[in-house]
Design a protein around this ligand. Structure first.
Ligand SMILES: Cc1cc2nc3c(=O)[nH]c(=O)nc-3n(C[C@H](O)[C@H](O)[C@H](O)COP(=O)(O)OP(=O)(O)OC[C@H]3O[C@@H](n4cnc5c(N)ncnc54)[C@H](O)[C@@H]3O)c2cc1C
Length: 524
């Protein structure tokens, strides 16, 4: 039997920060479904937000976060995280030479959409995620075991406490890992949509595992669509960071007309949902939109990663234009947690994008998510370092030697992604959402009781259908538009009725696990 003090699922920034900061005497195991670097964290470009500029103050960062989140945020989460941001950056700055500096050795600060000050700390120009992840990996000590290609698919809950996780290897082998504290750091669910900036591993698995284990899931209708993904031959090929617009990039039509004039006072640097919706308006009428980068000096030096992605895909940067389209980028909702990562299930924690602390509200302010991962990883490590880890008396589950495999009767992944883009994407309404709900119902995922019998590919598709249901049901409930959730039939914010979270969970303890029993309750 494998038993650890802390069992972490996922290997992004939140997981690695936690693992690196746990004391040497704490046994830690990281399980990740692909290779350690195959995560959204590694792809992050723009940087990390922290009020460290001379003109800046955490109170300004606080206000910008609330405005972008359309005041749906948990104010306490915002206050604590933005206040601690300068110290979190300072700790990494003092230990490693991760962040870009000017000739005086001061950190260079970039500008991004909806920030009122230059406060984006970056690394290698636009390789912040890569360099941060490499730094965190270098900080892991001998108490941390890292296992790659291990797909977690079911949480083991005994007497209302989470005590472990069932996993599958690519060869179909099932292994159960037990632990004192189980931490989901599995990221969001960006892969649910055709157009996405997300790594292929980010399919909402952890959110579904927590949901099926009885944890509360919050605000799933709040999905951020990034305005500028590189768009080539009908496909998205990666992200063109907001920092490009921060440095002067302008969104234009084929004939060079700027599209953000008169739309928002911040024009091209308006909050992401405003910019995405505007681009979508053009794209849905068959028009092409470009990011005009003519005014940016030394583009290739400032944005080496974007330059590489463009060159790989045949974009001639000397023409000063990058073709773009909006696509799924970030999930503001997730497993409901407090700031440490405690979920509503004992022994189960969630950190990073998989969790919903309320920091982001209805829409994430750019570069606040790496910050959240660093914050939660640190806070949970401090809490666990002080906790008494008395091993639990665990009776191991028996896994049969021979399992007769089944094939899940689901649609192709690409069809699901397309349907989500069309019906639960940038512009939603009751008719589209109902259509999606009915389409998803045909797969009867609520009737699946035994997960062991499916391949990893099937398990991932089952999870994607369940996340799609969670998003669709929440989006139907929220009869207003706010942040990343835009409904053409309810185009305005409705503060009177809707300044609260949508919470979805299965009532555990009921005889049957059924999606009919999903209860959506509202908390103030
Ligand atoms: C292209 C891009 C650019 C971005 N740029 C920025 C930026 O500049 N600044 C910023 O703040 N944010 C940025 N973001 C968002 C940010 O990168 C993410 O929100 C953040 O990295 C999420 O980190 P995480 O630790 O929650 O998990 P992730 O980095 O998403 O990692 C999730 C991990 O869980 C693993 N996993 C998933 N399911 C399972 C399973 N069933 N079993 C085992 N392992 C599993 C995955 O393999 C992966 O290792 C960007 C995102 C993208 C996609």
């Amino acid at each position: 039997m494998t038993y650890d003090d802390v069992l972490i699922v996922g290997s992004g920034v939140a997981a690695l920060q936690l693992a690196a900061l746990l004391n040497d005497n704490v046994n830690v195991r990281i399980l990740t479904k692909s290779k350690v670097r195959n995560a959204n964290s590694y792809l992050a470009q723009g940087g990390i937000a922290a009020a460290i500029g001379k003109q800046d103050h955490p109170s300004k960062h606080f206000m910008d976060t609330l405005k972008a989140g359309r005041f749906h945020n948990n104010v306490e989460s915002v206050r604590k995280i933005v206040n601690e941001a300068p110290a979190l950056i300072g700790e990494i700055f003092s230990k490693g030479s991760v962040f870009d500096k000017d000739s005086n050795g001061e950190m260079l600060l970039g500008m991004e959409g909806a920030h009122s000050e230059k406060r984006i700390v970056h690394s290698g120009g636009d390789a912040t995620g890569k360099n941060l992840v490499e730094y965190l990996i270098s900080q892991l000590k001998e108490n941390v075991i890292l296992e790659e290609d291990v797909f977690a698919f079911e949480l083991i809950v005994k007497e209302s406490r989470c005590i472990g996780v069932k996993t599958k290897k690519p060869n179909g082998e099932i292994h159960v890992f037990y632990g004192n504290n189980i931490v989901l750091a599995t990221g969001g669910c960006g892969q649910l949509y055709t157009y996405t900036s997300n790594a292929e591993t980010v399919t909402g698995d952890g959110i579904v595992m927590a949901y099926l284990a009885g944890a509360e899931v919050a605000d799933m209708e709040f999905n951020q669509f990034h305005p500028t993904l590189l768009y080539i031959d009908g496909e998205t090929k990666g992200l063109v960071s907001e920092a490009v617009r921060g440095e002067g990039g302008i969104l234009v039509t084929e004939d060079g007309t700027p599209i953000m004039e008169g739309v928002h006072p911040l024009k091209d640097l308006a909050p992401r949902h405003v910019v995405s919706q505007k681009i979508y308006e053009y794209v849905s009428k068959g028009k092409r939109i470009y990011l005009d980068i003519d005014s940016i000096p030394n583009f290739t030096a400032r944005f080496p990663t974007i330059t590489e992605i463009c060159e790989e895909n045949g974009v001639d940067l000397s023409k000063g234009r990058i073709p773009v389209v909006p696509g799924s980028h970030f999930l503001m909702g997730g497993i409901k947690t407090d700031l440490i990562g405690c979920t509503t299930v004992d022994g189960l924690f969630a950190i990073g994008e998989a969790s919903c602390t309320g920091l982001h509200g209805a829409n994430r302010l750019a570069s606040n998510s790496l910050l959240e991962g660093l914050y939660q990883g640190k806070k949970l490590s401090e809490w666990l370092n002080q906790a008494r880890m008395k091993p639990l008396a665990v009776e191991p589950i028996k896994i049969p030697n021979e399992i007769s495999m089944k094939q899940a009767k689901l649609s192709e992944k690409s069809i699901l992604q397309h349907k989500m883009m069309e019906h639960v994407g940038i512009v939603r309404n009751k008719e589209l959402l109902e259509r999606q709900k009915n389409w998803l119902a045909q797969f009867k995922v609520n009737e699946i009781t035994e997960l062991d019998v499916y391949s990893i590919a099937d398990l991932e598709r089952i999870f994607m259908v369940i996340v799609a249901e969670l998003i669709t049901v929440s989006a139907l409930k929220r009869t207003e538009s706010r942040g990343g959730h835009y409904r053409s039939d309810f185009p305005k914010e409705d503060d009177r009725n809707w300044l609260h979270q949508t919470i979805t969970h299965i009532h555990k303890g009921d005889e049957e696990k059924s999606h009919e029993q999903i209860q959506t309750i509202f908390t103030a």
